[in-house]
Design a protein around this ligand. Structure first.
Ligand SMILES: *[C@@H]1O[C@H](CO)[C@@H](O)[C@H](O)[C@H]1NC(C)=O
Ligand SMILES: *[C@@H]1O[C@H](CO)[C@@H](O)[C@H](O)[C@H]1NC(C)=O
Length: 324
């Protein structure tokens, strides 16, 4: 069956012609940073900070490479990283939205990205997943506005907002991905906190900056915002985890590994990397680029953790990062 949207797309194509982006402005070697966070008492023995490996695998699935962004570094390091990278991912985890090293590093990138876009249209995409989504709400308000939710280990379809099709994130959503996202249990929720739509509506610092693209209900029927994007900037957040279906296999959890969930995950990874291809930041030398990549580190595998493979970093050792 030829779907209605396919016919509409064909008509639009005949009217507008197919626009191939100017090849010279596309960065075919995008590199995305992922921010580290402080280890809790169980993980401390492996390193002061960590990044779940799934976030790097997710970026690679979309066609980019990944660089770890360490916390508690000096301003020079973050300046250098911002000028060298094509986007940044704020991963899930469990540290303070306001005072952790993760939050402070995330804020530096957030402020730089907004300033760069405002001053000369410089495009630097930011993606926040789970706690990264929550951090995005703290960035614009300076507050932790979250409340408790019962939404650990639950896969759900999205309840799209009425004008979701006008968003950057969903305007080119393929029909099959739309069907999976709206009907199947393909978004993996692993959170005890979230943002209520009423809080969003009552907070100008949030609703002037972001638009809500979807909501969901936790086990008790309480509604949380599940997907949002910035109105003016390439900044996106999902309370759920698009990196889990492909890369997290612990049978303790109920992660959907079906082709519907995998297809959805691949859509979001491709979207993020497409956004990163619009950035032409780069490392000043190839050596510097190579030395910064996550490939210089060894992950530790835990079959029984929420995040199964993790990269660890210590504050005092900083192997192979050669930034001058
Ligand atoms: C960090 O330091 C601790 C204690 O010296 C050590 O056991 C651990 O292997 C180190 N981790 C990394 C990633 O260097
Ligand atoms: C999706 O998950 C919900 C909550 O766990 C469950 O009630 C529902 O039956 C699931 N739907 C499908 C299509 O698997």
């Amino acid at each position: 069956m030829l779907h209605q949207t396919t016919i509409l797309a064909l008509l639009a194509l005949m009217v507008n012609g197919y626009k191939i982006p100017d090849e010279h402005s596309i960065n075919y070697r995008p590199i995305i940073g992922v921010i580290a966070q402080e280890s809790d008492s169980n993980l401390k023995q492996y390193g002061d900070t960590y990044i779940p490996a799934a976030y790097f695998q997710y970026i690679e699935m979309g066609g980019a490479r990944g660089v770890p962004i360490l916390v508690q570094k000096d301003a020079e390091y973050y300046d250098k990283m911002f000028d060298s990278l094509n986007g940044i991912l704020f991963p899930g985890g469990g540290v303070s939205l306001l005072i952790s090293g993760y939050a402070k590093a995330a804020k530096i990138f957030f402020d730089k990205a907004v300033k760069a876009y405002d001053s000369d249209g410089d495009y630097f995409p930011i993606w926040g997943t789970c706690m990264g989504f929550q951090i995005l709400t703290a960035m614009t308000t300076g507050k932790d506005l979250l409340t408790y939710f019962d939404a650990e280990d639950i896969a759900l379809p999205l309840k799209f907002s009425s004008d979701f099709e006008k968003s950057h994130l969903f305007k080119d959503l393929p029909e099959d991905v739309y069907q999976y996202l709206s009907k199947r249990n393909v978004t993996e929720n692993f959170h005890h906190y979230g943002l209520e739509p009423s809080m969003f509506d009552a907070t100008p610092d949030l609703n002037k900056f972001y638009r809500v693209l979807s909501t969901n209900e936790d086990r008790s029927g309480k509604e949380f915002i599940s997907t949002m994007e910035a109105i003016k900037y390439p900044i996106y957040g999902t309370q759920w985890h698009p990196e889990k279906p492909n890369f997290q296999w612990n049978t303790h959890y109920h992660i959907n590994h079906g082709p519907d969930a995998i297809r959805v995950a691949q859509y979001f990874a491709s979207f993020l990397v497409d956004e990163a291809r619009k950035s032409n930041h780069r490392f000043s030398t190839e050596e510097e680029e190579i030395d910064s990549l996550i490939q210089n580190y060894q992950p530790v595998y835990f079959h029984d953790q929420t995040f199964e493979s993790m990269y660890f970093f210590n504050y005092t050792t900083n192997p192979r990062v050669n930034l001058n």
